[in-house]
Design a protein around this ligand. Structure first.
Ligand code: ATP
Ligand code: MG
Ligand code: MG
Ligand code: MG
Length: 476
């Protein structure tokens, strides 16, 4: 079943049940706590928090999401994309636990002929919060699930809140057993690779306060209006229903892998390290396309840095696959072809998007060309002297003189089995910063040398966002 078809079935199911279909918000939705929208409920937050009255009692959407936290997982697990789409259904004081569970069960196990997704009921496992006997009882009654396939979990995994006083509540997650060849028995509490999480149902039922940690807070009362927020990973369901082994092989993503394989001459599915690179390429090219489509441009500040990092990792992964020519002009149009059915606005905007992407690749190629040579000779020296790590000074020179970002140095060193003295690198960066500050003070009335702190941002951005804030305030 095509990804677009699963999306359509999801929306149809909930529309037929009276939900208003709400279009995806842009990835750059205005939320001071988030770089990007990372869940379907984000645009609805003011309703859940009681700050605004929702115009409808029930809604459904397919929301574009970016989770930068998952960047290191891409290609290594079978299920994490940096960009993905979250199907959701939402109830604002309308149906609650029983309604949410009934809807989910009917949609995923309903026959394909009747508009369902046709997933085998015997393969479904769920988790509930240990104290949520009500949810357990509903799963038993509505879905006929045997007790052993309804697993208990603690607050850390199965309680949802926003980290601030406000609504909170237990959640229940739905998993599909991919089969014994993918891991041990025992359900999702034992193995989340074999048992693939596809859907999270959140039951917002109480008000919490004094949030001290994810699993430490006080429940101060019941909410007057109980709400439902759910999120189903569209790509995850697609990967199951398309009979694939991971989400990089679905119809919306795999053609980029095929193109990368065609132009690099390397075969997908032969070598594990290469396969991870292929998946990183396909994932990052798509995420880059979606971010640029929503107006992000590469840069050294937080959001722009994420995009820069995604595009550069894609380009570098192509190099590791042996392809040294400009890659994005070959790959980005393939991703566009796949995504434009669901996001037609991308096509009209593509001339702008491709210009941004190709300029970024050009700039990066220049940096890489110089930096790689310097890195290689530094690495040879380390090995010859019997060492196991690159000095902070070498990493600093690469960064400072050749504009080689520290995350690339870290990755390249790791590939050679070398460590990097990151602490040394950071203290050299700090020294440079205070020098720049002193210089700026000396040159009364003139600006701080912005190139210095911009390159510092370049270095610190990906690993420590705090550095960005600190640096900018310091430099002012
Ligand atoms: P996981 O435990 O696999 O990292 P999660 O518990 O972090 O997933 P939720 O926050 O519950 O995910 O998000 C709701 C749904 O969105 C998940 O059940 C999953 O289907 C999907 N999802 C979450 N993260 C990703 C991702 N990085 N790529 C693709 N789908 C995702
Ligand atoms: Mg996660
Ligand atoms: Mg999870
Ligand atoms: Mg989850």
């Amino acid at each position: 079943m095509h990804t677009a078809e699963i999306r359509r079935r999801f929306l149809d199911h909930f529309e037929q049940a009276g939900h208003t279909v709400v279009p995806s918000a842009p990835l750059l939705f205005d939320d001071p706590n988030l770089l990007f929208v990372n869940a379907g409920m984000v645009p609805f937050k003011p309703y859940f928090l009681g700050q605004e009255t929702p115009p409808w009692q029930t809604a459904t959407s397919v929301q574009k999401c970016v989770r930068t936290l998952d960047i290191e997982e891409v290609g290594k697990t079978t299920r994490h994309g940096t960009f993905f789409q979250m199907n959701g259904n939402f109830s604002f004081g309308d149906y609650f636990k029983e309604g949410a569970i009934t809807h989910a069960w009917r949609l995923i196990t309903g026959s394909v002929a009747d508009g369902g997704l046709g997933i085998d009921a015997d393969k479904i496992w769920v988790t509930v919060l240990h104290s949520d006997q009500e949810a357990r009882e509903i799963w038993r009654r509505v879905a006929g699930l045997p007790d052993e396939r309804i697993q208990d979990r603690g607050l850390l995994d199965n309680y949802w809140h926003m980290g601030v006083p406000g609504p909170g509540g237990p959640c229940s997650e739905i998993y599909v057993d991919r089969g014994p060849e993918f891991g041990p028995d025992g359900g999702p509490v034992v193995d989340e690779d074999r048992f693939l999480e596809i859907w999270n149902l959140v039951f917002m039922q109480e008000e919490i306060a004094n949030v001290r940690a994810k699993d430490q807070f006080d429940v101060i009362g019941e909410l007057p209006n109980k709400n439902i927020d759910t999120g189903m990973g569209l790509e995850r369901v697609a990967y199951l229903l398309q009979g694939k082994g991971n989400l990089y092989e679905i119809d919306e993503v795999f053609p980029v892998i095929e193109k990368a394989s065609e132009v690099s001459g390397r075969t997908y599915g032969k070598d594990h390290a290469d396969d991870v690179r292929f998946r990183v390429v396909a994932d990052h090219v798509r995420s880059g396309l979606m971010l640029m489509g929503d107006g992000v441009t590469p840069g050294n500040e937080a959001r722009g840095y994420v995009l820069r990092r995604l595009l550069r990792r894609a380009v570098r992964s192509m190099r590791l696959l042996g392809f040294e020519d400009p890659a994005l002009p070959l790959l980005l149009p393939v991703s566009l072809e796949r995504m434009k059915a669901s996001y037609p606005e991308l096509e009209a905007d593509f001339p702008r998007i491709e210009q941004i992407a190709y300029a970024e690749e050009d700039a990066f190629r220049q940096t890489l060309g110089k930096g790689t040579q310097i890195f290689e000779s530094a690495a040879v020296k380390v090995k010859e002297s019997g060492g196991s790590g690159l000095s902070g000074e070498a990493a600093f020179t690469l960064h400072d003189t050749y504009g080689f970002p520290i995350d690339i140095t870290l990755e390249m060193a790791a590939e050679k089995g070398l460590s990097v003295d990151e602490e040394g690198f950071r203290s050299l960066m700090a020294e440079q910063r205070s020098r720049a500050k002193a210089d700026a003070k000396a040159k009364k009335g003139s600006h701080a040398d912005t190139t210095v702190y911009r390159s510092a941002l370049d270095a610190n951005g990906p690993t420590d966002w705090q550095a960005y804030t600190t640096l900018t305030t310091e430099s002012r």
